[in-house]
Design a protein around this ligand. Sequence first.
Ligand SMILES: [Cu+2]
Length: 340
Amino acid sequence: MERRAFLKAGGASLASALMGSGMLTWSARSEAATISQTLYITDGTKTMPDGVSVYVKGYGTTANTPLIPAPSIICQEGDTLSITVYNMLSVTHNLVIGGLVSGSAPIASTGDIAPGGNKTLTYTIPSGAAGSYLFYDNKTSYNRFLGLHGGLAIMPAGISNQLYSGSPTFVKQQFWILNDIDPALNTAVKNGTTIPTNFTPRYFTINGLSSRPPGAAGHGDPTIDALYDPRSRLSGHVGDRTLVRMLNTGMCSHAVHTHANHMEWLTDRGTIRPAVWKKDTLYLRNNLGKIDAIFPFEAPPDAYPPVTSGHFPMHLHDEMSQTAGGGLYQFGSMTELEFL
Ligand SMILES: [Cu+2]
């Protein structure tokens, strides 16, 4: 926040391909385009489910409000990304796109952005790069845990309904970005004290929020409750096959369990699976693990009497991730599957 005066922010330029919330929308193009985005590295606080206020950093679209995660970016192979990042803070930061390599070239990166400075990452997406990527700050090993992360979806050139050319098709797509928060780390960063060597998460988030079960304050508020956040909740009619791009910024591995339907498991850590397995529980590896899967929105096969509407949970089958503050159950990383 120290450097806010440095910039009289002229308003973020919102590329049409950028979504602040909800589903990713996309129309394939026959020609490549330049996808421009301006982001501001800034800080603030977030209230956790147990009422504790935690220091955070994030990439925002204005100079003083961190967004966690950053707004998702969607583009297609052949496009050129032009991401300008302003550093509003008093320490050096950056933005890299994890896993994006072209031959032996390094990952796409802004390089170091000095306090008060800005850099532009320019990168032309090679063919064959279609998939899901986390962009984040790798200047330290922990900046991404503070909130400096977001999702990049690269579509196959000219295709609007496949993850990769020839993949099973979908009609909707969105990100689930999972993070773990150890408030001791965040506090040390805020105060400039020694970074703890242990990482002991007390809060677990999906797209920046935790769930609030019925009866809890904030239940049903899409800006607080991950069960209702349109960026996280899957909502559709039978047939609304939804691609979920799952990225794990945190240090905890997760067992992603969807009720109602098994998911079609397409990739693991960016590699296309040799066969599409239908599974109800998917292993999402820690420390930048990622998987892509389609929730098929089929009438739930095990329901009797048969149903085509209703609400079902997606929760993680690693128990600590379903808690907050070391025990508050159902205030963790879960969302809802809504059959309309
Ligand atoms: Cu379950």
